[in-house]
Write a protein of this length. Structure first.
Length: 65
């Protein structure tokens, strides 16, 4: 009869990392699908720009970087 051995620590680390990445990918997919559903339902707001980006563009136009 073979003795029971514990799995190697390296295997456990890889297994846990893979499991976490699968959960992260599932969350990302759900977010993308929710975005498409919002778009189809007309739940959109026009993006008018970020004020901090406008300020940075103004500084660059004045020669300050």
């Amino acid at each position: 009869m073979a003795a029971f051995t514990l799995p190697r620590v390296n295997f456990c680390v890889i297994f846990c990392a893979k499991r976490k990445s699968v959960k992260d990918i599932a969350a990302l997919r759900d977010g993308v699908l929710q975005g498409y559903q919002d778009l189809n339902a007309g739940h959109t707001v026009e993006f008018t720009g970020d004020p901090s980006l406008k300020a940075a563009d103004k500084r660059e136009d004045q020669g300050w970087q």
